[in-house]
Design a protein around this ligand. Structure first.
Ligand code: 13P
Ligand code: SF4
Length: 359
C-alpha cells in the first residue's frame, strides 16, 4: 500500500500538528486510546495514553474494552497483536502503516511450514513445541496456537522456555536466534543442545544427530539494530568508565549479553534507569530513541549508548511522526484498520492469551 500523506499534513509545523492531534483527541474522548512503544520519537511519546514495551502494550490492548479506536504507534506485528486481542467493535490503526520489522520478515510462513514438515520425523506434532517471539506475522502466531505453543516477548522469554521444555522434549523457537540462545543459556542448556535452523539449506543445514540431540531449534533470524553491539564495545566502555553498569536487550548476541552487567526487556531497561542512584553511569545496548529519552528524563544520571558509534536506530519505529498521528486521527473513518483474517484470529488469540498469562 502506498502511504503518502496529503501536503497539508506534510507541510504543517509540529506546533500546528500538535494542536490538531489534541483537537481530534478531545473530539474522540474515551473512544480513543493511543498506544506508543518505547522506541518511538520523543514527540510521539508525548501523545501516548500508554507508553510501553510489546508485552505491556498487548496487555493494555486486551483490557481496553471501552476504546473503539486504538491508534498504535509502533510496528506492524504489534498492531496485529492488538487487533487480535481486541473485540469486533474495536479498530486498530497503525499510525504509519509502512512500519514493519525486518526481523519478523526473516521468518516467512512458507519457510517455517517447510521446516515444521522436516521436523515431523523427529516428533514435531507431539514432542516439539513452537515458541514464537512476538515479532512475527499473525499467520505464524496462529500456527503456534494450533500446535499448542506459546508466544513470548523479551519480558517473559524465560517463563516461555520453562513452560515449553517442561511439557515437550524440544522447542522450535523463531525468529530471533539471539533471544533464543540467551534464554537457553539462562535455562541451563549446553551449547550442543541449541542448534540454528538455516532455512536456506536442506534440513536447516543440520544433521539427524544434531536435531536429535537438540533441546532448542532456533530460527536463523536477528535484529539488525541490536546485533550492532559487540563485546569490544563493552570492553572499551568499561576501560573508559570503570564504574559503569552495562545493560543490554536480549536481542543482542550472546557474547554481548555475557559481557554485560545485566540484560533484559525494554521494560527492564526503563525500570533500571528509573531506579539507579543519581550519579550512576549506565551504558545501554538497545534502540537509540529509548536511550536518548532515558538520558533526557534522568539528567542526574550518566546514561549513554553502548557502541558510541553505530547509532542503533530502528528506522521502522522512527517512521511514525506527528504528521502521521494528525492524519490518522482526522481521517481514521476513511482508513483501513489493521485486521487479522478470521482464518488466523482464534488460533493466534490462543497463543497470545497464553503469553499474557506467562510472567
Ligand atoms: P520489546 O518486547 O522489549 O518491546 O521489544 C520489541 C522489539 O522489537 C525489540 O527490538
Ligand atoms: Fe524489529 Fe529490531 Fe526494530 Fe525491534 S528494533 S522492531 S526487532 S527491527
Amino acid at each position: 500500500m502506498l502511504h503518502t500523506l496529503p501536503n497539508e499534513y506534510r507541510e504543517a509545523s509540529n506546533e500546528e500538528l500538535s494542536e490538531r492531534i489534541e483537537a481530534a483527541r478531545a473530539k474522540l474522548g474515551d473512544k480513543l486510546c493511543i498506544l506508543v512503544h518505547h522506541y518511538q520519537r520523543v514527540e510521539v511519546i508525548g501523545f501516548g495514553d500508554h507508553v510501553g514495551d510489546s508485552y505491556g502494550l498487548s496487555k493494555i490492548a486486551a483490557e481496553k474494552k471501552g476504546a473503539s479506536v486504538i491508534l498504535f504507534c509502533g510496528v506492524h506485528f504489534m498492531a496485529e497483536s492488538a487487533d487480535i486481542l481486541t473485540g469486533p467493535n474495536q479498530d486498530v490503526y497503525l499510525a504509519n502503516p509502512l512500519a514493519g520489522c525486518p526481523m519478523a520478515d526473516m521468518a516467512e510462513m512458507a519457510d517455517v511450514m517447510e521446516a515444521w514438515e522436516c521436523l515431523k520425523p523427529f516428533g514435531a506434532d507431539e514432542n516439539i513445541m513452537p515458541v514464537s517471539y512476538m515479532n512475527t506475522a499473525a499467520g505464524l502466531k496462529a500456527f503456534t496456537g494450533r500446535m499448542g505453543g506459546v508466544i513470548c516477548t523479551s519480558s517473559n522469554a524465560d517463563a516461555a522456555m520453562d513452560y515449553a521444555l517442561s511439557r515437550r522434549d524440544k522447542v522450535f523457537f523463531f525468529p530471533d536466534e539471539n533471544l533464543g540462545v540467551n534464554t537457553g543459556i539462562k535455562y541451563g542448556l549446553k551449547p550442543e543442545e541449541m542448534v540454528i535452523w538455516d532455512f536456506s539449506l536442506e534440513q536447516g543445514g543440520l544433521s539427524r544427530e544434531q536435531i536429535e540431540r537438540a533441546r532448542v531449534i532456533l530460527w536463523k533470524g536477528h535484529c539488525h539494530v541490536h546485533t550492532n553491539f559487540t563485546a569490544e564495545h563493552v570492553r572499551q566502555v568499561r576501560e573508559e568508565n570503570p564504574e559503569v553498569k552495562i545493560l543490554v536487550h536480549p536481542e543482542c548476541t550472546p557474547e554481548v549479553v555475557q559481557a554485560a552487567d545485566a540484560s533484559g526487556s525494554t521494560k527492564f531497561i526503563v525500570e533500571y534507569c528509573e531506579q539507579a542512584k543519581p550519579g550512576s553511569a549506565i551504558a545501554i545496548g538497545t534502540e537509540i530513541n529509548l536511550i536518548n529519552r532515558m538520558a533526557l528524563e534522568y539528567p542526574d544520571k550518566k546514561i549513554f549508548e553502548l557502541s558510541g558509534q553505530t547509532c542503533p536506530v530502528c528506522a521502522n519505529m522512527y517512521r511514525t511522526t506527528l504528521n502521521d498521528l494528525a492524519f490518522t486521527l482526522e481521517n481514521y473513518a476513511d482508513l483501513k484498520p489493521i485486521r487479522v483474517s478470521d482464518k488466523h484470529r482464534s488460533d493466534a488469540l490462543l497463543a497470545l492469551e497464553k503469553m499474557l498469562e506467562l510472567v
